[in-house]
Design a protein around this ligand. Structure first.
Ligand SMILES: Cc1cc2nc3c(=O)[nH]c(=O)nc-3n(C[C@H](O)[C@H](O)[C@H](O)COP(=O)(O)OP(=O)(O)OC[C@H]3O[C@@H](n4cnc5c(N)ncnc54)[C@H](O)[C@@H]3O)c2cc1C
Length: 576
């Protein structure tokens, strides 16, 4: 049941803010039991991987490493691999410049990052990395465009204290944090809420509409008044549930993390070969690849091409998946090829449409995604912008100050041999959700709109020597309210209809970043191997077991792993 707050006028932006969503708790039942690691299951005879983006390539790669005898067929509808990972070299009079049309920077410190780093090490790509130190201006200086100026987001205690008093974006933060503990706790039966409503309720509208909405423009190109707090801010959501307030939870030094995160961190730290790379990232903010993000997908492709068990089918879109339950060995068919298992890494609604009618679910069909227009620009003059990561725009900025609905501008770092200023303008997202991409302005017009914005916000009048425009359709799935419960329904449907032979991975489900995609691919393959070939990839979302990470501090004697745990770790390692 959705209820909405009354429309509030806010500059020229009117916001409808859906509040708490109530879903019956019966959806919480039937959580899966954990299984033990028993090696490659006998029924895992041949696997089709759908999609040749980073998730599909990772899934095929993990499978080829962990179960090298299993034949793998990777289907890709286009004529190239890598999906949104796309590095373009654009020529101009006197040189060329490297542009990223999709992802470019990867976070250095997170559990999911450890999985990517482990993959990078195995692919021997360590020397291809550009590691950006936390203190580097390009990491430290992040801006929000608000009140017709760039406002620096503080990155130190002094900066924060000063900013709380002087920075217009931070107005309301101090008041919100100080009084947060006095705010009424959400009703017990509330199981989800929009991010906007959650932040406004716990802190205040100003924090939600300015600080938080801009961050979510940067990650999801999405609307905080639709995105799910439970799915996207699980820690904060949980702290309110447990302590009645986020600040009270933080003051209680709550160190709980999802069990899966804790176990994964532990597993990755146990791989000795990862130690140097994980250490190198400790003081880093993000990392990129010197020759562009495609370095990663290209290395995976190269490895896969060297495996005699892997077949890659380009220009081969999958339209239908047929399931013949009478065939216990190869029950799944794509055109006239049969498989024992299929993993789909395609956008949820596409996956849903290819399933047999009885296995389709409205929950998967109705997942939405935003379109993002990316305009890359290169100027001959260096230092046209302050040193920094770039700036984001909150939803509160009135249309006259952001007429082309720019979500954010990235101040790209220069690749070797480049001299000038490189910028990426991202436009559209949820702001253009009412416009069909076929009705978007053409690429020349979009580029002019990006330049117009840079002129307005940064005073850049120069004509770029090189530019590139990409319209990325349905590129960032949106986790709207109730997302986790909807995915539980999808899990149950896949399990009931295919007994774990059809699995899913990718940004539709639990995290839209590159790290999340790689992690989900690995978890799904590992899930098949550990669960007798029966896994949907959505089991993680069925679990609600958080554990205190201080118990996993290995420097304490009482936390040393037991013999059984050491044996399990050794088995994991010998598989790699
Ligand atoms: C503009 C942009 C910027 C981003 N920035 C960052 C960032 O800085 N950091 C970060 O961590 N993440 C970022 N992301 C998110 C991240 O890049 C994506 O979530 C991730 O690349 C998704 O990979 P994927 O393999 O799951 O999907 P995709 O890349 O979409 O791959 C799916 C593949 O399946 C193919 N396909 C489609 N239909 C079929 C079919 N019927 N049969 C066979 N094949 C099919 C497609 O052609 C495609 O190659 C960004 C995303 C975008 C779009």
């Amino acid at each position: 049941m959705l209820s909405t707050l009354a429309r509030r006028p806010l500059g020229r932006v009117a916001i409808t803010r859906p509040v708490l969503q109530i879903i019956p708790t019966r959806h919480l039942n039937n959580l899966p039991a954990s299984h033990t690691d028993e090696g490659t299951p006998k029924n895992l005879k041949s696997v089709a991987v759908l999609g040749g983006g980073i998730t599909g390539l990772s899934a095929a790669w993990y499978l080829s490493k962990l179960a090298p005898d299993v034949p793998i067929t990777l289907y890709e509808s286009s004529n190239r691999l890598g999906g949104w990972l796309r590095t373009k070299r654009v020529k101009y009079d006197g040189g060329s410049v490297m542009f990223e049309t999709g992802p470019r920077t990867l976070r250095a410190n997170s559990v999911a990052a450890m999985v990517t780093l482990d993959m990078i090490r195995q692919l021997q790509l360590e020397d291809q990395l550009n590691i950006v130190h936390k203190e580097d201006p390009s990491a430290k200086n992040r801006f929000i465009y608000y009140a017709n100026q760039l406002n620096k987001v503080p990155n130190s205690v002094t900066g924060t204290l000063l900013g709380l008093l002087t920075n217009p974006v931070l107005k309301g933060v101090l008041r919100g944090v100080l009084w947060e503990y006095t705010r009424e706790q959400r009703p017990k039966e509330a199981i989800d809420e929009s991010v906007g409503s959650f932040i406004a309720r716990r802190l205040n509208d100003h924090v939600a509409d300015n600080l938080v909405s801009s961050v979510f423009h940067g990650i999801y190109a999405g609307d905080i008044d639709k995105l799910s707090a439970r799915a996207i801010l699980p820690k904060q959501w949980r702290l309110e549930g447990k302590y009645g307030s986020i600040t009270r939870g933080l003051l209680a030094k709550n160190k709980e993390q999802p069990f899966e995160d804790t176990a994964l961190r532990f597993e990755m730290q146990q791989v000795e070969e990862n130690t140097n790379l994980i250490k190198a990232m400790q003081n880093a903010s993000v990392f990129t690849f010197k020759d562009g993000i495609e370095t990663l997908s290209n290395a995976l492709v190269e490895d896969l091409m060297n495996s005699p068990m892997v077949e890659i089918r380009l220009n081969d879109p999958v339209e239908q998946l047929v399931y013949n339950w009478k065939d216990s060995e190869y029950p799944l068919a794509i055109a006239n090829h049969s498989y024992s298992h299929v993993i789909s890494t395609l956008f949820g609604p596409i996956t849903n449409s290819m399933l047999p009618k009885h296995a389709q679910t409205p929950e998967l069909r109705d997942v939405e995604a935003t379109n993002v227009v990316v305009v890359n620009l290169f100027y001959k003059t260096p230092n046209l912008v302050p040193k920094g990561f770039g700036y984001l725009l909150p939803k509160s900025v009135p249309e006259e100050a952001n007429p082309h609905r720019v979500l954010g501008v990235i101040f790209d770092s220069l690749a070797e041999g480049e001299s000038g200023t490189k910028l990426t303008v991202m436009m559209g997202g949820h702001w253009w959700s009412h416009i069909h991409p076929s009705k978007y302005p053409n690429e020349i017009e979009l580029t002019l709109m990006a330049r117009d914005t840079l002129r307005m916000h940064l005073g850049i009048h120069e004509i770029p020597v090189a530019s590139y425009c990409a319209v990325n359709k349905d590129c960032i799935p949106q986790y709207y309210m109730g997302h986790e419960y909807k995915m539980m329904t999808v899990h149950k449907s896949l399990k009931r209809n295919f007994h774990g032979r059809v699995a899913v991975a990718g940004p539709t489900y639990a995290g839209v970043g590159v790290h999340d995609c790689i992690r989900s691919a690995r978890a799904t393959i590992q899930g098949w191997l550990d669960n007798n070939g029966e896994y949907t990839g959505l089991e993680r979302q069925m679990r609600d077991d958080w554990v205190d990470i201080s118990k996993f501090d290995m420097t304490k004697e009482e936390n040393q792993p037991t013999e059984e745990e050491i044996k399990w770790m050794d088995e994991q390692r010998s598989r790699k």
